[in-house]
Design a protein around this ligand. Structure first.
Ligand SMILES: [Zn+2]
Length: 287
């Protein structure tokens, strides 16, 4: 879809970008409707922390407008503005060498270190921006819940990229089953719990195994939702933005909210396994 119609995409994105700029203006001040009620309209705002030429800035904004629109379509409308900070990174083989999401003092931001010479096509195919934007869909959970946060964003990054046309449900399932199975070999412990082993992997800088292994949590919940409720986990998240995103404070709150929206105790029950059972036991369906 994207690869065959770059020109069309460019024109479409330009129009879309202009539409978004209008939205940003509205979001500077909460808009009100005829009845005087606040109609929240939030958007994305761009900040250039290093030197980028005009054409590079245009390319980055077309890219991020598309990723942001796919994020909102998949995870729901965020009840806040998102600040995107662009930094240059020329010494990497990847179009985006590093990303960082922050939720601090009520400001939700994403920092992206990008190769300014990377093509729009390569930028769109990179998972980093969808990963960082998906972190913002729940509150900051603290360092002790890093395993959950990273598994969460690892699962959601390619859910967003499904909306962008990069994955089908089938290719998504195939990729995640393969990568979680590979990670499961690093979780082969009967002594440590899943969470203890995740913390150990992070301490050993084995981030890839920790991220993919932890993505199993949402992969399992999503699969069950599809089988038993004909829903995807992202359907839960769309409602979550409205009811709970600005209310929840920690992982316990988030799990409780997800379960309320699901109408069952699936997340709490699975969390008990990840917290109390061995790492082997938690990932046994992937071994
Ligand atoms: Zn992350």
């Amino acid at each position: 879809m994207i690869k065959g119609g770059a020109q069309y995409l460019f024109i479409f994105s330009l129009v879309f970008m202009l539409a978004c700029q209008t939205e940003i203006k509205i979001s500077e001040d909460a808009d009100t409707n005829d009845k005087g009620e606040i109609t929240d309209s939030f958007g994305v705002q761009y900040h250039y922390e290093n030197e980028f030429s005009d054409s590079e800035q245009l390319k980055l904004e077309i890219w991020m407008d598309e990723v942001y629109a796919a994020t909102q379509a998949t995870l729901g409308s965020y009840p806040f503005d998102v600040q995107v900070h662009f930094f240059t990174s020329k010494h990497s083989s990847r179009p985006v060498s590093f990303g960082l999401a922050k939720r601090k003092d009520g400001i939700n931001s994403v920092s992206l270190y990008v190769d300014p010479t990377a093509s729009l096509e390569d930028l769109l195919a990179d998972w980093t921006a969808p990963h960082e934007l998906s972190h913002l869909s729940i509150p900051f959970l603290g360092k002790s819940s890093k395993w959950f946060s990273e598994g969460y964003a690892t699962f959601l990054s390619r859910q967003i990229m499904m909306d962008m046309g990069y994955y089908t449900q089938e290719s998504f399932d195939s990729l995640y089953t393969t990568r979680i199975k590979e990670a499961a070999s690093d979780y082969a412990s009967d002594e440590l719990t899943f969470i203890e082993r995740s913390n150990e992997l992070a301490a050993n800088h084995q981030y890839s195994s920790m991220y993919w292994g932890s993505a199993s949590f949402l992969f399992v919940i999503d699969k069950r939702l599809r089988a038993e409720q004909d829903k995807r986990f992202t359907d839960i998240l769309i409602d979550y933005q409205v009811c709970c995103r600005l209310e929840d404070r920690n992982l316990k709150d988030v799990i409780q909210s997800f379960d309320q929206l699901i109408g069952d105790s699936w997340c709490n029950d699975l969390m008990a396994i990840y917290r109390n059972k061995s790492a082997n036991e938690a990932l046994k369906s992937f071994q």
